[in-house]
Design a protein around this ligand. Structure first.
Ligand SMILES: [Zn+2]
Length: 403
């Protein structure tokens, strides 16, 4: 394998494009199949390719694939046919829609956690890669010969993450007549301290608030869980229209939005990353949001969204206690499931609250004004960022309440 070098600098993009909207009913941004501005770019080789030392930007995925295969724990990508990568190198200048300006390091960090991301970033230069702007997000790395726009949505995730078709995938449709009341399920207890919130960020698929999880100041206990689970982050999924947006559905009904509070088992595992790949490592609380009155607890958050409009942006967000986002009644359903975004690890004990909270039209619009895209890219509004429901495959959903 010849080491590839990618010089810093963006893939040339000379024209501003109009704002693009995700196609209704299609989770995640749908790429235009062959729009004029991309055809124009395809005829002009990327600036990066002009230097003989620089590989065309589109050969970076091959190099990253190789590197990640070699990386310790580098199971993020499976490359069914590595050889075909080389034949793509230098074969014209087709800049695919997936090749949007974004730093390689943030792309790596966006899809690998903690130590693993650090290791991969550290190892990039060893493999002859200088990664700068112009690198491709790992989520957008197309298998050989497949256009990037066909590989970005949930229906394509199984190609890079075979677990997408596993036996305990999330979200699911909760069928109320088939859930099992379990009197042994304990009440949920949330012990959150507001001072543990750190920052708010647009990670390119949701808006997320991160917490200091170095100790047990913010934990959830009870319910189906053994011991406390530490709060790591919360984020949301929502639709373009009110009738879709939530990931879980109840008797086929979607809600406009769903809040996920992500916790990890720090009694048993030493890092979030370690917990995220263990069957009992994570506990995620799902809260439905339905259109209605303004939610006073959401205002501080929705008022901060303008600061993180673009993918990859982050702002300080201290002293936010997410307890204010929980409904008064804490009846819940619980089942074993997975993360709903790559890497889709089957490590989540799901706890879905039955009672929704409300959100006003104005508050919801602020979520919809966020963008999937970075500042200089074609604007694609962050809407429909939910994964469709997955097969139950014999799992039983338990309820903490009599229906
Ligand atoms: Zn989520």
């Amino acid at each position: 394998d010849l080491p590839l070098t990618l010089a810093p600098g963006r893939v040339s993009r000379t024209r501003k494009s109009p704002t693009l909207q995700a196609r209704p009913g299609t989770p995640f941004p749908s790429r235009p199949r062959n729009p004029a501005h991309l055809r124009a770019r395809a005829l002009t080789p990327p600036r990066l390719a002009q230097s003989p030392r620089c590989a065309p930007a589109r050969s970076l995925p091959a190099a990253l694939c190789r590197l990640l295969r070699a990386a310790p724990n580098g199971r993020a990508l499976s490359d069914p046919d590595p050889d075909t990568h080389s034949s793509r190198t230098g074969a014209g200048g087709e800049g695919g829609p997936g090749q949007r300006g974004q730093t390689g390091r943030s792309a790596v960090r966006g899809f690998l956690c903690g130590e693993r991301a650090r290791r991969v970033c550290r190892d990039l230069p060893k493999a002859g890669l200088r990664v700068g702007k112009g690198a491709v997000s790992l989520a957008e790395i197309p298998p050989p010969g497949v256009p990037a726009y066909l590989t970005t949505g949930p229906s394509q995730w199984h190609k890079l993450y075979p677990i997408a078709q596993g036996d305990r995938q999330s979200p699911i449709n909760i069928v109320s007549s088939k859930v099992l009341f379990s009197p042994r399920l304990k009440p949920l207890k949330f012990s959150y301290e507001g001072c543990t919130s750190l920052s708010i960020a647009n990670n390119g698929h949701s808006v997320q608030v991160d917490f200091n999880d170095s100790d047990d100041r913010s934990v959830m206990t009870g319910g189906p869980l053994d011991g406390p689970y530490r709060l790591k982050q919360f984020h949301f999924h929502w639709g373009k229209k009110h009738n879709v947006g939530s990931e879980h559905t109840v008797d086929g009904r979607s809600f406009a939005c769903e809040l996920h509070l992500v916790h990890w088992n720090a009694r048993k595992y030493s890092t979030f990353g370690e917990a995220a790949s263990a069957p009992d490592g994570l506990a995620v609380v799902g809260v439905f949001l339905e259109m209605g009155d303004e939610h006073p607890g959401l205002n501080r958050l929705t008022d901060a969204l303008y600061m993180v409009r673009f993918k990859g942006t982050k702002a300080q967000f201290c002293y936010f206690n997410p307890k204010c986002l929980l409904p008064a009644l804490r009846h819940y359903w619980t089942y074993p499931g997975s993360l709903t975004t790559p890497p889709l690890s089957e490590s989540v004990t799901w706890i879905v609250l039955r009672e929704p909270i409300s959100i006003s039209e104005k508050q919801m619009e602020k979520f919809r004004s966020l963008l999937f895209t970075s500042e200089d890219d074609e604007r694609i509004h962050m809407v429909n960022n939910f994964r469709p429901t997955q097969p139950l495959k014999g799992r039983v959903v338990k309820a903490s309440f009599w229906a």
